[in-house]
Design a protein around this ligand. Sequence first.
Ligand SMILES: *Cc1c(COP(=O)(O)O)cnc(C)c1O
Ligand SMILES: [Zn+2]
Length: 427
Amino acid sequence: MNHVLSLKCLICGREYQPDEVEYVCPDHGNEGILDVQYDYALIGRRFSQGDLLHDTNYTMWRYKPLLPVEPDSPVPPLTVGWTPLMRANRLATELDLRRLWIKDDGRQPTASFKDRASAVAVVKAQEKGAQVITTASTGNAAAALSGLCASVSQPNVIFVPEAAPPAKIAQLLVFGSTVMLVKGSYDEAFELCLLAAQEYGWYNRNTAYNPYMTEGKKTASLEICEQLGWQAPDRIFVSVGDGCIIGGLHKGIKDLRALGWIDRTPRLMGVQAEGSAYMYQAWANGEDVLTKPPITAHTIADSISAGLPRDRLKAMAAVQETDGAYIQVSDQEILAAIPALARGCGVFAEPAGAAAYAGLAKAIAEGLVGAAERIVVLVTGNGLKDVTGAMKAMEQIGTRAHVIRTSMDDVKRTMAIDQSGAVTDGI
Ligand SMILES: *Cc1c(COP(=O)(O)O)cnc(C)c1O
Ligand SMILES: [Zn+2]
Protein backbone atom coordinates (compact mmCIF):
# COMPACT_ATOMS: atom_id res chain seq x y z
CA MET A 1 0.00 0.00 0.00
CA ASN A 2 2.72 2.52 -0.85
CA HIS A 3 0.05 4.88 -2.20
CA VAL A 4 -1.18 5.34 1.41
CA LEU A 5 1.08 7.79 3.24
CA SER A 6 -0.47 7.68 6.69
CA LEU A 7 -3.59 7.66 8.84
CA LYS A 8 -4.13 11.15 10.30
CA CYS A 9 -6.04 11.89 13.53
CA LEU A 10 -8.82 14.40 12.92
CA ILE A 11 -8.31 15.87 16.40
CA CYS A 12 -4.55 16.19 16.93
CA GLY A 13 -3.33 15.85 13.35
CA ARG A 14 -0.82 13.17 14.34
CA GLU A 15 -0.04 10.75 11.51
CA TYR A 16 0.40 7.02 11.93
CA GLN A 17 1.58 4.26 9.65
CA PRO A 18 -1.23 1.85 8.74
CA ASP A 19 0.48 -1.00 10.61
CA GLU A 20 1.06 1.19 13.68
CA VAL A 21 -2.59 1.63 14.67
CA GLU A 22 -5.61 -0.47 13.84
CA TYR A 23 -8.56 1.92 14.20
CA VAL A 24 -8.52 5.21 16.16
CA CYS A 25 -5.81 7.58 17.47
CA PRO A 26 -4.42 6.07 20.70
CA ASP A 27 -4.28 9.56 22.26
CA HIS A 28 -7.91 10.39 21.52
CA GLY A 29 -9.81 7.15 21.94
CA ASN A 30 -13.03 6.61 20.03
CA GLU A 31 -13.25 10.31 19.08
CA GLY A 32 -9.83 10.17 17.43
CA ILE A 33 -11.07 9.12 14.01
CA LEU A 34 -8.34 8.65 11.43
CA ASP A 35 -8.33 9.90 7.85
CA VAL A 36 -6.38 8.04 5.17
CA GLN A 37 -3.74 10.25 3.50
CA TYR A 38 -2.70 9.38 -0.04
CA ASP A 39 0.27 10.03 -2.28
CA TYR A 40 -1.74 11.63 -5.09
CA ALA A 41 1.33 12.22 -7.24
CA LEU A 42 2.04 8.49 -7.22
CA ILE A 43 -1.62 7.59 -7.81
CA GLY A 44 -1.80 10.10 -10.65
CA ARG A 45 1.14 8.42 -12.37
CA ARG A 46 -0.43 4.96 -12.04
CA PHE A 47 -4.02 5.77 -12.82
CA SER A 48 -5.74 8.10 -15.29
CA GLN A 49 -9.16 9.05 -16.56
CA GLY A 50 -8.11 7.45 -19.82
CA ASP A 51 -7.59 4.10 -18.05
CA LEU A 52 -11.17 4.28 -16.80
CA LEU A 53 -12.46 4.95 -20.30
CA HIS A 54 -11.29 1.46 -21.31
CA ASP A 55 -12.05 -0.30 -18.01
CA THR A 56 -15.00 -2.66 -18.31
CA ASN A 57 -15.00 -3.46 -14.58
CA TYR A 58 -18.24 -1.68 -13.71
CA THR A 59 -17.98 -2.00 -9.93
CA MET A 60 -16.52 0.20 -7.21
CA TRP A 61 -13.21 -1.63 -7.75
CA ARG A 62 -12.58 0.30 -10.96
CA TYR A 63 -11.17 2.86 -8.49
CA LYS A 64 -8.94 0.34 -6.71
CA PRO A 65 -5.77 2.47 -7.16
CA LEU A 66 -7.58 5.15 -5.08
CA LEU A 67 -8.61 2.72 -2.34
CA PRO A 68 -6.59 1.74 0.74
CA VAL A 69 -6.05 -1.89 -0.26
CA GLU A 70 -3.14 -3.82 -1.72
CA PRO A 71 -3.24 -3.78 -5.55
CA ASP A 72 -3.33 -7.59 -5.71
CA SER A 73 -5.80 -8.21 -2.88
CA PRO A 74 -8.75 -10.27 -4.08
CA VAL A 75 -12.10 -8.47 -3.87
CA PRO A 76 -15.48 -10.04 -3.03
CA PRO A 77 -17.38 -11.47 -6.01
CA LEU A 78 -20.62 -9.57 -5.28
CA THR A 79 -20.91 -6.61 -7.64
CA VAL A 80 -20.84 -3.53 -5.48
CA GLY A 81 -21.04 -0.01 -6.90
CA TRP A 82 -21.57 1.59 -10.31
CA THR A 83 -25.22 2.07 -9.43
CA PRO A 84 -27.35 3.88 -12.00
CA LEU A 85 -27.37 7.66 -12.17
CA MET A 86 -30.69 8.36 -13.85
CA ARG A 87 -31.89 11.59 -15.36
CA ALA A 88 -35.23 12.44 -13.64
CA ASN A 89 -36.87 14.92 -15.99
CA ARG A 90 -40.41 14.55 -14.69
CA LEU A 91 -39.34 15.21 -11.09
CA ALA A 92 -37.20 18.10 -12.33
CA THR A 93 -40.21 19.70 -14.01
CA GLU A 94 -42.31 19.31 -10.88
CA LEU A 95 -39.58 21.03 -8.87
CA ASP A 96 -38.84 23.74 -11.49
CA LEU A 97 -35.36 22.41 -12.03
CA ARG A 98 -33.70 21.77 -15.36
CA ARG A 99 -31.18 19.07 -14.54
CA LEU A 100 -31.80 16.48 -11.87
CA TRP A 101 -30.34 13.01 -11.47
CA ILE A 102 -31.19 10.27 -9.00
CA LYS A 103 -28.39 7.89 -8.01
CA ASP A 104 -30.03 4.68 -6.84
CA ASP A 105 -27.96 2.87 -4.27
CA GLY A 106 -30.99 0.82 -3.35
CA ARG A 107 -29.70 -1.34 -6.21
CA GLN A 108 -26.62 -2.53 -4.38
CA PRO A 109 -26.46 -6.31 -3.71
CA THR A 110 -27.88 -6.04 -0.17
CA ALA A 111 -30.04 -3.06 -1.17
CA SER A 112 -28.25 -0.20 0.55
CA PHE A 113 -25.30 2.14 0.14
CA LYS A 114 -23.52 0.36 3.01
CA ASP A 115 -22.23 -2.35 0.66
CA ARG A 116 -19.55 0.10 -0.50
CA ALA A 117 -18.00 0.22 2.97
CA SER A 118 -18.53 -3.42 3.85
CA ALA A 119 -16.79 -4.53 0.67
CA VAL A 120 -13.66 -2.66 1.80
CA ALA A 121 -14.01 -4.09 5.32
CA VAL A 122 -13.99 -7.64 3.96
CA VAL A 123 -10.87 -6.98 1.88
CA LYS A 124 -9.05 -5.37 4.83
CA ALA A 125 -10.05 -8.19 7.18
CA GLN A 126 -8.77 -10.78 4.73
CA GLU A 127 -5.51 -8.85 4.21
CA LYS A 128 -5.04 -9.06 7.98
CA GLY A 129 -6.05 -12.70 8.10
CA ALA A 130 -8.89 -12.01 10.54
CA GLN A 131 -10.90 -15.03 11.64
CA VAL A 132 -14.07 -13.07 12.39
CA ILE A 133 -15.44 -9.66 11.39
CA THR A 134 -17.91 -7.78 13.56
CA THR A 135 -20.03 -4.65 13.41
CA ALA A 136 -22.80 -2.87 15.21
CA SER A 137 -25.39 -1.22 13.02
CA THR A 138 -28.90 0.16 12.87
CA GLY A 139 -29.46 -2.50 10.20
CA ASN A 140 -28.09 -1.70 6.76
CA ALA A 141 -24.37 -1.79 7.58
CA ALA A 142 -25.03 -5.11 9.29
CA ALA A 143 -26.91 -6.54 6.31
CA ALA A 144 -24.15 -5.30 4.01
CA LEU A 145 -21.37 -6.88 6.05
CA SER A 146 -23.40 -10.05 6.38
CA GLY A 147 -23.94 -10.39 2.62
CA LEU A 148 -20.38 -9.48 1.67
CA CYS A 149 -19.05 -11.99 4.23
CA ALA A 150 -21.36 -14.68 2.86
CA SER A 151 -19.93 -14.07 -0.62
CA VAL A 152 -16.44 -15.01 0.60
CA SER A 153 -17.46 -17.40 3.38
CA GLN A 154 -16.09 -15.16 6.13
CA PRO A 155 -17.43 -15.78 9.66
CA ASN A 156 -18.99 -12.68 11.25
CA VAL A 157 -20.86 -11.52 14.34
CA ILE A 158 -23.42 -8.75 14.11
CA PHE A 159 -24.88 -6.51 16.82
CA VAL A 160 -28.16 -4.77 16.00
CA PRO A 161 -30.71 -3.07 18.20
CA GLU A 162 -33.77 -5.22 18.80
CA ALA A 163 -35.91 -2.53 17.14
CA ALA A 164 -34.23 -2.88 13.70
CA PRO A 165 -36.77 -3.45 10.85
CA PRO A 166 -37.51 -7.18 10.33
CA ALA A 167 -36.34 -7.19 6.69
CA LYS A 168 -32.85 -6.20 7.79
CA ILE A 169 -32.76 -8.82 10.53
CA ALA A 170 -33.99 -11.42 8.03
CA GLN A 171 -31.05 -10.59 5.76
CA LEU A 172 -28.59 -11.30 8.58
CA LEU A 173 -30.15 -14.63 9.41
CA VAL A 174 -30.42 -15.72 5.79
CA PHE A 175 -26.77 -14.86 5.07
CA GLY A 176 -25.74 -16.96 8.05
CA SER A 177 -24.29 -14.35 10.42
CA THR A 178 -24.18 -14.84 14.17
CA VAL A 179 -26.79 -12.27 15.17
CA MET A 180 -26.89 -10.49 18.55
CA LEU A 181 -30.22 -8.66 18.87
CA VAL A 182 -29.36 -6.15 21.57
CA LYS A 183 -32.06 -5.02 23.99
CA GLY A 184 -30.93 -1.43 23.78
CA SER A 185 -30.17 1.44 21.42
CA TYR A 186 -27.75 1.49 18.49
CA ASP A 187 -25.30 3.41 20.68
CA GLU A 188 -25.40 0.64 23.29
CA ALA A 189 -25.01 -2.04 20.62
CA PHE A 190 -21.97 -0.12 19.30
CA GLU A 191 -20.23 -0.03 22.71
CA LEU A 192 -20.97 -3.72 23.27
CA CYS A 193 -19.55 -4.60 19.87
CA LEU A 194 -16.29 -2.72 20.65
CA LEU A 195 -15.93 -4.66 23.91
CA ALA A 196 -16.60 -8.00 22.25
CA ALA A 197 -14.15 -7.21 19.44
CA GLN A 198 -11.41 -6.46 21.99
CA GLU A 199 -12.21 -9.57 24.00
CA TYR A 200 -12.11 -11.94 21.03
CA GLY A 201 -9.73 -10.12 18.69
CA TRP A 202 -12.31 -9.74 15.93
CA TYR A 203 -11.83 -7.35 13.01
CA ASN A 204 -14.09 -4.35 13.54
CA ARG A 205 -16.06 -2.71 10.72
CA ASN A 206 -17.78 -0.10 12.88
CA THR A 207 -18.60 3.16 11.15
CA ALA A 208 -16.45 6.13 12.18
CA TYR A 209 -14.11 3.79 14.03
CA ASN A 210 -12.60 1.76 11.22
CA PRO A 211 -10.82 4.42 9.11
CA TYR A 212 -11.35 2.55 5.85
CA MET A 213 -15.17 2.74 5.73
CA THR A 214 -15.11 6.36 4.53
CA GLU A 215 -12.89 5.21 1.67
CA GLY A 216 -15.43 2.67 0.44
CA LYS A 217 -18.18 5.26 0.69
CA LYS A 218 -16.23 7.80 -1.34
CA THR A 219 -16.67 5.64 -4.43
CA ALA A 220 -20.19 7.10 -4.81
CA SER A 221 -18.87 10.57 -5.55
CA LEU A 222 -16.18 9.14 -7.83
CA GLU A 223 -18.96 7.41 -9.76
CA ILE A 224 -21.22 10.47 -9.85
CA CYS A 225 -18.44 12.56 -11.37
CA GLU A 226 -17.40 9.87 -13.87
CA GLN A 227 -21.03 9.19 -14.84
CA LEU A 228 -21.44 12.92 -15.53
CA GLY A 229 -18.36 12.91 -17.79
CA TRP A 230 -16.17 14.49 -15.07
CA GLN A 231 -18.42 17.56 -14.97
CA ALA A 232 -19.08 17.68 -11.23
CA PRO A 233 -22.67 18.50 -10.28
CA ASP A 234 -23.50 21.73 -8.42
CA ARG A 235 -25.03 19.94 -5.43
CA ILE A 236 -25.43 16.46 -4.03
CA PHE A 237 -28.27 15.80 -1.58
CA VAL A 238 -27.78 12.95 0.87
CA SER A 239 -29.34 11.93 4.16
CA VAL A 240 -27.19 12.01 7.29
CA GLY A 241 -27.22 9.85 10.42
CA ASP A 242 -23.72 9.07 11.70
CA GLY A 243 -22.29 11.24 8.94
CA CYS A 244 -20.03 8.63 7.38
CA ILE A 245 -21.67 8.73 3.95
CA ILE A 246 -21.48 12.51 3.61
CA GLY A 247 -17.90 12.40 4.90
CA GLY A 248 -17.15 9.74 2.28
CA LEU A 249 -18.68 11.79 -0.52
CA HIS A 250 -16.49 14.69 0.56
CA LYS A 251 -13.40 12.47 0.55
CA GLY A 252 -14.10 11.34 -3.01
CA ILE A 253 -14.46 14.93 -4.13
CA LYS A 254 -11.20 15.91 -2.42
CA ASP A 255 -9.45 12.98 -4.15
CA LEU A 256 -10.72 14.11 -7.54
CA ARG A 257 -9.69 17.71 -6.91
CA ALA A 258 -6.23 16.58 -5.78
CA LEU A 259 -5.86 14.52 -8.96
CA GLY A 260 -7.17 17.43 -11.04
CA TRP A 261 -9.96 15.29 -12.52
CA ILE A 262 -12.73 17.78 -11.66
CA ASP A 263 -12.37 21.53 -11.55
CA ARG A 264 -14.97 22.50 -9.02
CA THR A 265 -16.41 21.25 -5.76
CA PRO A 266 -20.05 20.21 -5.58
CA ARG A 267 -21.88 21.56 -2.53
CA LEU A 268 -22.83 18.78 -0.17
CA MET A 269 -26.36 19.09 1.19
CA GLY A 270 -26.87 17.01 4.33
CA VAL A 271 -30.48 16.10 5.08
CA GLN A 272 -31.53 15.11 8.58
CA ALA A 273 -34.81 14.10 10.18
CA GLU A 274 -36.14 16.80 12.55
CA GLY A 275 -36.18 14.26 15.37
CA SER A 276 -32.54 13.33 14.80
CA ALA A 277 -31.00 16.64 13.75
CA TYR A 278 -27.74 16.81 15.71
CA MET A 279 -25.71 17.91 12.70
CA TYR A 280 -28.32 20.40 11.51
CA GLN A 281 -28.46 22.01 14.95
CA ALA A 282 -24.69 22.16 15.34
CA TRP A 283 -24.32 23.66 11.87
CA ALA A 284 -27.18 26.17 12.23
CA ASN A 285 -26.10 27.33 15.70
CA GLY A 286 -22.34 27.22 15.16
CA GLU A 287 -21.89 24.60 17.92
CA ASP A 288 -18.69 22.60 18.39
CA VAL A 289 -19.44 18.94 17.66
CA LEU A 290 -16.70 17.82 20.05
CA THR A 291 -18.53 19.37 23.01
CA LYS A 292 -22.20 19.36 21.92
CA PRO A 293 -23.93 16.69 24.03
CA PRO A 294 -25.96 13.85 22.47
CA ILE A 295 -29.63 14.42 21.65
CA THR A 296 -32.47 11.92 21.97
CA ALA A 297 -33.12 10.66 18.46
CA HIS A 298 -36.61 9.75 17.22
CA THR A 299 -37.52 9.32 13.58
CA ILE A 300 -39.34 6.94 11.29
CA ALA A 301 -36.17 6.85 9.18
CA ASP A 302 -34.31 4.29 11.34
CA SER A 303 -31.14 4.39 9.23
CA ILE A 304 -30.54 8.06 10.08
CA SER A 305 -31.55 7.91 13.73
CA ALA A 306 -28.40 8.87 15.67
CA GLY A 307 -28.25 10.72 18.98
CA LEU A 308 -24.53 11.38 18.64
CA PRO A 309 -23.36 11.06 15.03
CA ARG A 310 -20.19 8.98 15.18
CA ASP A 311 -18.60 10.69 12.20
CA ARG A 312 -19.63 14.21 13.17
CA LEU A 313 -16.21 15.79 12.54
CA LYS A 314 -16.10 14.57 8.96
CA ALA A 315 -19.81 15.32 8.49
CA MET A 316 -19.38 18.95 9.59
CA ALA A 317 -16.29 19.45 7.43
CA ALA A 318 -18.12 17.97 4.43
CA VAL A 319 -20.78 20.69 4.51
CA GLN A 320 -18.60 23.59 5.64
CA GLU A 321 -15.71 22.98 3.25
CA THR A 322 -17.95 22.54 0.22
CA ASP A 323 -20.11 25.57 1.06
CA GLY A 324 -23.11 23.28 1.35
CA ALA A 325 -25.84 23.25 4.00
CA TYR A 326 -27.71 21.08 6.44
CA ILE A 327 -31.47 20.81 6.07
CA GLN A 328 -33.97 19.21 8.39
CA VAL A 329 -37.21 17.56 7.28
CA SER A 330 -40.12 16.23 9.30
CA ASP A 331 -41.13 12.56 9.37
CA GLN A 332 -44.26 13.62 7.49
CA GLU A 333 -42.13 15.14 4.72
CA ILE A 334 -39.96 12.01 4.62
CA LEU A 335 -43.03 9.79 4.26
CA ALA A 336 -44.48 12.05 1.56
CA ALA A 337 -41.20 11.80 -0.36
CA ILE A 338 -41.53 8.00 -0.68
CA PRO A 339 -44.46 8.02 -3.16
CA ALA A 340 -43.28 11.30 -4.72
CA LEU A 341 -39.99 9.69 -5.70
CA ALA A 342 -41.53 6.33 -6.60
CA ARG A 343 -44.24 7.85 -8.79
CA GLY A 344 -41.97 10.53 -10.25
CA CYS A 345 -39.15 8.26 -11.39
CA GLY A 346 -39.84 4.65 -10.39
CA VAL A 347 -37.38 4.46 -7.49
CA PHE A 348 -38.77 2.94 -4.29
CA ALA A 349 -36.73 4.19 -1.33
CA GLU A 350 -36.69 3.36 2.35
CA PRO A 351 -37.47 6.37 4.55
CA ALA A 352 -33.80 7.36 5.00
CA GLY A 353 -33.34 7.17 1.22
CA ALA A 354 -36.41 9.26 0.48
CA ALA A 355 -35.28 11.83 3.07
CA ALA A 356 -32.65 13.12 0.62
CA TYR A 357 -35.40 13.90 -1.88
CA ALA A 358 -37.51 15.53 0.84
CA GLY A 359 -34.47 17.69 1.57
CA LEU A 360 -34.22 18.77 -2.05
CA ALA A 361 -37.91 19.75 -2.12
CA LYS A 362 -37.42 21.75 1.07
CA ALA A 363 -34.25 23.45 -0.15
CA ILE A 364 -36.10 24.55 -3.29
CA ALA A 365 -39.05 25.82 -1.23
CA GLU A 366 -36.58 27.82 0.86
CA GLY A 367 -34.96 29.32 -2.23
CA LEU A 368 -31.58 27.68 -1.64
CA VAL A 369 -31.31 26.10 -5.10
CA GLY A 370 -31.15 27.86 -8.47
CA ALA A 371 -33.27 26.47 -11.34
CA ALA A 372 -30.25 26.04 -13.61
CA GLU A 373 -28.17 24.04 -11.13
CA ARG A 374 -27.18 20.44 -11.82
CA ILE A 375 -28.50 18.44 -8.88
CA VAL A 376 -27.89 14.86 -7.78
CA VAL A 377 -30.04 13.13 -5.14
CA LEU A 378 -28.44 10.05 -3.64
CA VAL A 379 -31.00 7.41 -2.67
CA THR A 380 -29.22 5.31 -0.07
CA GLY A 381 -31.59 2.40 0.59
CA ASN A 382 -34.30 0.32 -1.07
CA GLY A 383 -37.95 0.62 -0.04
CA LEU A 384 -38.30 -3.12 0.53
CA LYS A 385 -36.02 -2.70 3.55
CA ASP A 386 -38.88 -1.14 5.49
CA VAL A 387 -42.31 -2.10 4.27
CA THR A 388 -43.94 -0.85 7.47
CA GLY A 389 -42.56 2.61 6.72
CA ALA A 390 -43.85 2.43 3.15
CA MET A 391 -47.34 1.44 4.32
CA LYS A 392 -47.36 4.37 6.76
CA ALA A 393 -46.54 6.61 3.82
CA MET A 394 -49.54 5.19 1.92
CA GLU A 395 -51.79 5.74 4.92
CA GLN A 396 -50.63 9.35 5.08
CA ILE A 397 -51.78 10.05 1.52
CA GLY A 398 -54.87 7.83 1.69
CA THR A 399 -53.81 5.26 -0.90
CA ARG A 400 -55.38 1.87 -0.28
CA ALA A 401 -55.93 -1.31 -2.21
CA HIS A 402 -59.43 -2.22 -3.42
CA VAL A 403 -60.52 -5.35 -1.62
CA ILE A 404 -62.98 -7.16 -3.91
CA ARG A 405 -64.77 -10.47 -4.26
CA THR A 406 -63.87 -12.74 -7.17
CA SER A 407 -66.47 -11.14 -9.40
CA MET A 408 -66.39 -8.93 -12.49
CA ASP A 409 -69.16 -6.85 -10.91
CA ASP A 410 -66.77 -5.77 -8.22
CA VAL A 411 -64.07 -5.07 -10.80
CA LYS A 412 -66.48 -2.89 -12.79
CA ARG A 413 -67.78 -1.08 -9.74
CA THR A 414 -64.23 -0.36 -8.64
CA MET A 415 -63.21 0.88 -12.08
CA ALA A 416 -66.27 3.15 -12.18
CA ILE A 417 -65.38 4.61 -8.80
CA ASP A 418 -61.82 5.19 -9.90
CA GLN A 419 -62.83 6.87 -13.16
CA SER A 420 -65.31 9.18 -11.44
CA GLY A 421 -62.34 10.42 -9.49
CA ALA A 422 -63.94 9.37 -6.23
CA VAL A 423 -61.79 8.38 -3.28
CA THR A 424 -59.84 5.25 -4.11
CA ASP A 425 -61.20 3.38 -1.19
CA GLY A 426 -61.76 -0.27 -0.41
CA ILE A 427 -65.26 -1.55 -1.22
C1 LIG B 1 -26.55 4.44 6.96
C2 LIG B 1 -27.59 5.06 6.10
C3 LIG B 1 -27.70 6.45 5.95
C4 LIG B 1 -26.85 7.43 6.70
O1 LIG B 1 -25.48 7.24 6.62
P1 LIG B 1 -24.55 7.81 7.75
O2 LIG B 1 -23.19 7.48 7.33
O3 LIG B 1 -24.97 7.13 9.03
O4 LIG B 1 -24.81 9.28 7.84
C5 LIG B 1 -28.67 6.93 5.10
N1 LIG B 1 -29.52 6.11 4.46
C6 LIG B 1 -29.44 4.77 4.58
C7 LIG B 1 -30.41 3.94 3.83
C8 LIG B 1 -28.48 4.21 5.40
O5 LIG B 1 -28.44 2.88 5.53
ZN1 LIG C 1 -5.19 12.20 18.09
